[in-house]
Design a protein around this ligand. Sequence first.
Ligand SMILES: C[S@@+](CC[C@H](N)C(=O)[O-])C[C@H]1O[C@@H](n2cnc3c(N)ncnc32)[C@H](O)[C@@H]1O
Length: 260
Amino acid sequence: MSQPKGYVDPEFLRIVGNQINHIKQRSYSLMQIQLNHKVLDLGCGPGTDTIHLAPLVGINGQVIGADYDEAMIAEAEQRAEQAGVNAWVKHKRVDAMSLPFETDFFDSCRSERMFQHLTNPAQALSEMTRVTKPGGWVIVLDTDWGSLSTDSDETDIERRLVRFLAEAYLHNGYSGRKLYRLFKQQNLADISFEVFPIATPNYALARHGTQAEIIEKEALKSNVITTEELSRWQLGLEQAASEGVYFSSVNLMLFAGRKE
Ligand SMILES: C[S@@+](CC[C@H](N)C(=O)[O-])C[C@H]1O[C@@H](n2cnc3c(N)ncnc32)[C@H](O)[C@@H]1O
């Protein structure tokens, strides 16, 4: 079966999750969780965050992980069972566009790196806001792929690849920078934002984290770059890595707003 646009697998999410654990923790603290709270993680993937949220709400609370990918839900359910939290951490197959939860149901909601995959992010934020109780926090963490930058003399190829990733490979690749507008449109109060740069001199890690292999292959297929340009680009980066001077970075943006 073919995967949806921008699909990533659970192993990829585990590796990236470890790199950005400090940002995940910050997103949990913005939710202002108390014991017995009911919380939602929308676009939960394989359950990394739902399992982290379990001790914060406690056994009498409720954590719901929601994702439209059946395999992610199955993996998340298995992980919750292994972690011994499955009595109060549940995962459901759900489309972010239409949440099967009552209005004002959750004490707080979060979503991490899901908005970049959406064709209608405003609808997803509207749904998150609807299901949050008045006074509860809505938290979204997402990447601005337009901020991906790599030190290279091939700036034209570099920009073309970034634009391909942000504009063609993903439905909503500039997601991070658009969140302020979306939060304002939902009339969320006390909006705060933080920007987290993820920078690395590790070429292998950067290639993995940006799915460079796939993006380059797709960009080639779409005639965004030629075979000759691709080998020049890769050779340049490999040389930089071998000389110990490779460097790249990208920004993640974390927004919080309170439902009034
Ligand atoms: C990059 S992963 C992030 C997973 C998880 N939040 C994490 O941080 O590890 C994006 C997730 O969003 C899910 N997703 C994308 N579009 C969705 C939609 N319309 N409704 C629900 N989930 C969606 C994907 O299936 C995937 O699991």
